[in-house]
Design a protein around this ligand. Sequence first.
Ligand code: LLP
Length: 405
Amino acid sequence: MKSSLSYEQLRAAANEYGTPLYVYHAEKIVSQYQNLLSHFSSNNTRFFYASKALTNIHILDVVKRSGCNVDCSSINEAKLALHVGFEPKNILYTSNSVSFEEIYEAVSLGIHVNIDSLSNLEKFGEKFGNRYPVGVRVRPNIMAGGNLKISTGHDKSKFGIPVTQLNELIEIQEKYNINIATLHIHTGSEIKDVAVFLQSAEVFDTLLASFPTVNVLDFGGGFKVPYQPNEKGTDIALLGAEVNKAMMRLSEKYGRKLMAWFEPGKYMVSECGYFVTTVNVLKQSGDIHFAGINTGLNHLIRPMFYDSYHHIDNISNPTASPQRYAVVGNICETDTFAWDREIPTIQEGDFLVFYNAGAYGYEMASNYNARFKPAQVLFEDGISKLISRRDTFEDLLSLQLPLHK
Ligand code: LLP
């Protein structure tokens, strides 16, 4: 299965739909999921795509058709998944800092829920007792992840119930006889080191005896994908083999059949996405060559927000000799995508593509500076289709009440 789009396909999409444009490749999503399946044990592992990475319903539909389940971070994401036709039993809602009303609503929808605070667990116990199996997110006090902003398991993180509050957690479980079916740990995003997941397994090992009804260990998401050329992502084959060993050991030790769940976001959709832009302006200042493009941090916030690297190519002239550029956006504040980056020589009007644009690209886009959000296009079976249109001026006004009645 071919798992990347060609320059010609990207150029054709840019010409047909205009830029800036998010372009996705369905086959790549499916091949990522199949790669996971091929390396993990099929009878004790389930994957839930972390849909916060990219929620367009056409993408969710590709995920659903691939057979993968879905993980949600808000009740609205859960409703989008239901809208697309996921069955409630294939939807997981990993909540954080939510009102109990949202958890109640999730239970009414019949989906799996992970609760991440003692206070909501207590309310859950009062309302449902042992009538609805539920998951509990614990904070393992493990530092992991690509940068501090995307690290979630350390001892100052807002996420989960700190493992140091185990006694309180057990007390609530016993007081209401809660059927805790899942223990959940998500330590962060862009975790290359397989050992971090094994550390989570060790934390589960310290907890399992206190939770007799647990039959699922949810390791969260966070598999690293390569962003830079020649960079390596998480070794999925090694991860699959090591997690399987840990699961066998824990199942045997506690005399229960335990399932492993995962919630990959970036792994599923990062590499399927391309962000195609147009160079508006070339400007030279000393030895700096600025390439000013027709988009900004409003459309792809990752470089400015996380200092993330996104590889950039000139798809209008990919074989031109490379030059060093500062690629900057059109937003009215410092808006730098790349500094001192080698790119095939650029002329005004060229299309530049950003790779790894599937995860947390469009999804984190905004209308800052009253700019239109880009359109999104999906390639499947070699054919492109528009899956969300570009904003119009009317969209900018659509939620605002008119000035004069
Ligand atoms: N499960 C939970 C509970 C999560 O909080 C997340 C991500 C995931 C799964 C999926 O993680 P992934 O496999 O995508 O690394 N906007 C940031 C990433 C934020 C991740 C938030 N939680 C970025 O663009 O790097």
